[in-house]
Ligand binder design. Sequence first.
Ligand SMILES: C[S@@+](CC[C@H](N)C(=O)[O-])C[C@H]1O[C@@H](n2cnc3c(N)ncnc32)[C@H](O)[C@@H]1O
Length: 291
Amino acid sequence: MEEKAFRDWLSAYTDADRCISAFHSQKRFFRVNTIKIDSKKFAETTKLRCVRSRYYDCAFELDEKEGFQIGRTWEYFLGLIYPQSLPSILDSLALAPTGKDIVLDVAASPGSKFSHMAMLMGNKGVLVANDRGEDKISALYATINRMNILNCVVTDLDGAKLPWKGRFTKILLDAPCSALGSGMAAAARWEPANSAKISNLQKRMLFSAYDALRPGGELVYSTCTYAREENEEVVANLLQNVKGARLVDIGLDIPHEPGLGDYGDEFRKCCRVYPHHLQSEGFFIAKIRKG
Ligand SMILES: C[S@@+](CC[C@H](N)C(=O)[O-])C[C@H]1O[C@@H](n2cnc3c(N)ncnc32)[C@H](O)[C@@H]1O
């Protein structure tokens, strides 16, 4: 879609001018892996020019003068850090898994949020990392080895046909999506019909994930896109078709816009983060509890 048409489409959701200009001035962030190093010690000893995010102790913003790729640093190779956008880091905090949980990450590769969850769990409990296909599974193993993750099992299953019923206390479904929050390149490749098409897969994955959740368990559904067909509509489809599923607050104190209220007031508990909120990627986060 051309930029003018995208701007018009986006203005139905947010301040499109602010959003698009923020796309062009996004900051680079990374997360410190406390499985390997304490974040205070990292801050005191690192040679990387960076500042700690005010939203989370383990998130750091790279100084703009650092021109290199963060994936080519010693800190990266040693598994001390994971390059990640700020909303992607905060996503796992919305699920807040602990070492007592049995957790499933339905679409885990390459493992940014999965490795963060392992860290939040103190490398304890059980963490199942699922994705599909050899390349995706290899990328997950690379993350597991680099970040020293010990509490995980890896599976290669269709996330829309998971074999588990009522097994997990917490589930993350960071769904495949049109990635419009990642920048203008994704918008240039995108047409609204793409969102309608992928919405179908997202709905099937969300049903399957919800089935795998224990009663009383919590599920975070997230995407890095804005289209309602991939966000509120997917969640509304679940809430309309299963008894006992309800939206709860995501519990993060961050700048955002609420979810679209035209799906019902409770959708205001969802979180739409646009690039102008955190000078980072755009994101959608919904948290669902199973009754
Ligand atoms: C947004 S990415 C996940 C990013 C990952 N959560 C992270 O933070 O590193 C979406 C993932 O969904 C996976 N995927 C797509 N279709 C799938 C399916 N039917 N079952 C399981 N995973 C699928 C893709 O391979 C891709 O890795």
